[in-house]
Each structure stands twice: as C-alpha cells, then as structure tokens.
Design a protein. Structure first.
Length: 273
C-alpha cells in the first residue's frame, strides 16, 4: 500500500492507495503516487484539493443561456482569459438576452478588449457570432432537458457550433454532471500516457467510447469524474512544466509529502483522518 500525507488546516490526513503495480483497469496500473501523471498522482491531487479547497465551482454563468455562451466562446484554441473576457462583454452589454442579431454580437466581439491592462482581440469573431446568434434563438424558444448531464449534453448537440466536448463542458458546469466527460487535449494526453486510451481511438470518431473509459477510470479510482477533469485541466493548463513532461521532456517535478509506504492492499483509495 502507498500512503501519502495531506497537510490540512486542522491536522495531517493520510491517503491510502493501492500499490504502484496493482491494476486499476486492464492495462492501467496505479503507479507511484509521487510520479506525475500516474493515476495515484491524480487521486492524491483530487483528494488534496477536496480537503484543502472544497468542491470546485464549475459554473461560469448565472443561467443556462449564459453558460452556453461562456463555453461556446471558449475552447478550440481560444485562451480561457480571452473567452471569459468576450463572455463578460456580451453579458454586461445585455447581448445574451432574447435573440440578439449576428451583427450585434459581431460588433461586440470584434472590438478590442482590455485584460490585465493589455488590449486583446477575440479570434474567430465572425464564426462565433453566427454560432451564438443561432444557438440563442433556439434557446429562447426551447426547454432543454436537465434531469441528467447526458440528456442535456445530447440536446445541446443540435445547437450551432457546439460539438461533443463543448456540449459536455456546458452540461458538466451547469449540472455538476458526472455522467459526461470533457475530452479536451489535456485529458487526452493524460489518458494516452497512462495507457487508458488506445491509440486507434480518436476523439473525432470515438468520443463516446473514450468517454466511457474516462468515466470507468474515475469510478474505479473512487473520485468524481467532474473533479478529476477539473484537477487535470487546471494543472495541465497552468503548469508549463507538466506540459513539457507530458510531451516527453525529462524534467524533475516536485513530490508531494509522503508518509512511509506499507505493504497491505486496500480494496480502494481511502482517506484516513
């Protein structure tokens, strides 16, 4: 068994994980808890964030319409800060209410925006203005299903410019859904490196098959898929060092504080206080 320490605000907590050589899923071992990007490493990170920071907040908007706009304006090579700045501009201008025209949205997206004192421009303004105008028109006259993340995700796929990843992103954010997966480049890289995603499956042609693998992976690890996705995205998006390692560069990584390893086998990850 591997035991890792989480230094919490009221004391030290111990996270017990299976041995590094034990299989989590066929072809996927737990790996060492201190070795990025093994399953054990991510299990530790999820539990640590849960203990130290509470559950993550996913929602970007105050309504489903706003959530659709925020997610549609992000992703696909658009930096998160730029997408959020564009969403904030449209929201503050009242352009997300009702059925705004494509031209109205285009003018707002094309104008320079300030972020951290710098002037930034939104890419693909014309394309996203068209997608958003068409999507908001549908939302203004429809009642999307919200009884599950998957039902909402599948409904959102009919909207202009919204594919499987963006639809899953919206559903995860709005419903805190754990029955969908956001298969962005970070999740795909991690899944490929640890042996979770077979090389013959592509996100363009096999999204649902890859999604099921990620959901099963999270379930066997004992964490919520929404939490695992958020932790992987945050570290990969905000750590150039992690990205370099993922791409094959041999660089040292800081190790979490670990307690002495013991030899027994737990059935699953458990947090001992």
């Amino acid at each position: 068994m591997q035991t890792a320490a989480i230094l919490g605000p009221v004391g030290t907590m111990l996270l017990e994980l299976p041995p590094a050589h034990e299989q989590l899923l066929p072809g996927v071992t737990w790996g060492r808890v201190e070795a990025f990007p093994t399953p054990a490493y991510w299990a530790y990170q999820v539990m640590s964030k849960r203990v130290l920071g509470g559950p993550p907040e996913y929602k970007l908007g105050q309504t489903l319409v706003h959530e659709v706009a925020a997610c549609l304006l992000g992703g696909h090579g658009i930096p998160a800060a730029v997408g959020l700045a564009a969403y904030g501009r449209l929201r503050d201008a009242g352009a997300l209410e009702g059925s705004p025209s494509e031209q109205q949205l285009l003018e707002l997206l094309q104008a320079p925006m300030l972020h951290n004192g710098k002037s930034i421009h939104y890419r693909f303004a014309r394309q996203k203005a068209r997608y958003l105008s068409e999507s908001l028109a549908v939302l203004a006259t429809s009642t999307p299903p919200q009884h599950s993340g998957r039902a909402l995700r599948d409904w959102l796929l009919q909207l202009s410019g919204i594919g499987h990843k963006t639809a899953s992103w919206i559903a995860r954010n709005w419903l805190r859904a754990d029955d969908v997966a956001i298969l962005d480049i970070h999740i795909l890289r991690v899944g490929a490196v640890i042996g979770l995603f077979p090389s013959h499956l592509t996100v363009e042609r096999h999204y649902f098959a890859l999604e099921e693998l990620f959901l099963s992976f999270s379930q066997r690890m004992g964490v919520r898929p929404s939490e695992l996705d958020a932790v992987i995205w945050y570290e990969m998006a905000n750590s150039p060092l992690s990205t370099q390692v993922m791409l094959g560069h041999e660089l040292p990584l800081p190790k979490p504080k670990l307690a002495k390893q013991r030899q027994s086998h737990p059935a699953q990850a458990s947090l001992l206080i």
